[in-house]
Ligand binder design. Structure first.
Ligand SMILES: Cc1cc2nc3c(=O)[nH]c(=O)nc-3n(C[C@H](O)[C@H](O)[C@H](O)COP(=O)(O)O)c2cc1C
Length: 214
């Protein structure tokens, strides 16, 4: 499936085929695609907890205010935003050197810039991590659609309870829960979207008023 079809065909699925499982290899493949998403300085703030057993999914369903799809989908992926993802930057930047992409000077610049940007600015680090996790989530869902799988992004859950139940460390913000599996019949088709012409202003000029000025 090409990317345009995947973007067009993806919908948030409510009803999963409970008899069809998703292999661990496929889940890892999807996470690798999610990891292709861009992140500021290539920090890669996103972490993934993959949940498949019935008991844990039942606990998750309760935390997600009883949403049945959480129990029905064969795989639930908890997408976490690591607010201290920048601490990995020395390792990440070194990998760019090892891959022959840039030299030690660029590596050291990147490590310093990341430290300056985030170390003393937790609110910015929090926002950045959530941005990154959101982009990774979209990549994952698009890739899943391309493989014939169905997904549903979810934020309808009690984040504090989720963190407690799954022993998620303080530095990680649950960005999204993704249900993953194969769709069964009865799901809604893609819902209408506002047209580009309704949500975009073209040729905006500095100093000029536009549709989003008030
Ligand atoms: C951040 C986010 C959180 C969402 N949370 C839920 C949720 O808790 N439960 C649910 O059924 N759908 C949830 N959705 C799915 C939206 O309802 C859905 O994306 C929207 O209605 C558009 O439909 P579509 O994804 O099928 O195009 C969420 C979507 C996003 C992006």
């Amino acid at each position: 499936m090409n990317v345009f079809d995947a973007l067009t065909q993806r919908t948030s699925v409510n009803y999963f085929d409970t008899s069809r499982l998703v292999s661990r290899g496929t889940v890892l493949q999807l996470i690798d695609y999610a990891q292709k998403a861009p992140t500021a300085f290539n920090i890669q703030h996103t972490r993934y907890l993959v949940i498949t057993d019935a008991e844990s999914k039942a606990a998750l369903k309760d935390i997600a205010y009883g949403q049945q799809k959480v129990a029905d989908a064969p795989v639930i992926i908890l997408v976490l935003a690591d607010e201290q993802g920048h601490l990995l930057m020395p390792d990440i930047a070194q990998r760019g050197v090892d891959a022959g992409i840039y030299d030690n000077g660029v590596r050291d610049y990147l490590v310093g810039a990341v430290n300056n940007s985030y170390a003393a600015n937790p609110a910015f680090a929090h926002d950045e991590a959530l941005r990154s996790a959101s982009m990774a989530t979209m990549n994952l869902m698009t890739a899943a659609t391309g493989l014939g799988l169905a997904t549903g992004p979810m934020i309808g859950f009690d984040a504090q309870r989720l963190k407690e139940a799954f022993h998620i460390g303080e530095r990680y913000t649950p960005a999204m829960m993704i249900t993953l599996g194969y769709a069964r019949e009865g799901n809604w088709p893609g819902k209408p979207r506002l047209a580009a012409s309704e949500v975009a202003v073209l040729d905006v000029q500095a100093g000029a008023q536009h549709a989003f000025s008030v």
